[in-house]
Write a protein that binds this ligand. Structure first.
Ligand code: HEM
Length: 84
C-alpha cells in the first residue's frame, strides 16, 4: 500500500485543496471514503490538517531542495584555532 508523503513540499504543491477534499470524501484506491461520515466542515478541517503536515522551513520561492528540519542553532562558539 503506497501512501503520499504529506510532508513533501512537492506533494503539497501539486495537491489542490479541492483534490484533497475530493479524496477524503470519495476515497481512492485503498483510501476509504469519509464523505458519508464527515460533514463538509469536517472535510475542510481535514484539508487544513493535511496542509499542516508539510515539513517546516522550506522557503516557497526557493529552487534549492527543501530542508526537512530547520537549521540547528549553533550550540557553542566556533572552536578556537589551535594555538600552537
Ligand atoms: C481522516 C482520515 C484521513 C485523511 C484526512 C486522509 C487523507 C488522504 C489524502 C489527502 C490523500 C491524498 C490522495 C492524493 O491526492 O494523492 C490520501 C491518500 C491515501 N490514503 Fe488517506 N486519509 C485518511 C484516512 C486513511 C485511512 C484510514 C487509510 C487506510 C486504511 C488511508 C489510506 C490512504 C491511501 C492508501 C492513500 C493513497 C491513495 C491512492 O493514491 O491510491 N487513508 N489520504
Amino acid at each position: 500500500m503506497q501512501m503520499p508523503d504529506f510532508r513533501s513540499a512537492e506533494w503539497q504543491e501539486a495537491a489542490t485543496d479541492e483534490g484533497i477534499a475530493a479524496v477524503i470524501e470519495r476515497g481512492r484506491g485503498m483510501m476509504p471514503a469519509f464523505g458519508d461520515r464527515v460533514p463538509e466542515q469536517g472535510i475542510r478541517a481535514l484539508v487544513t490538517h493535511v496542509r499542516t503536515l508539510r515539513a517546516a522551513a522550506a522557503p516557497a520561492a526557493s529552487t534549492a531542495p527543501a530542508p526537512t528540519t530547520p537549521a540547528p542553532a549553533p550550540a557553542s562558539p566556533e572552536p578556537a584555532a589551535p594555538t600552537e
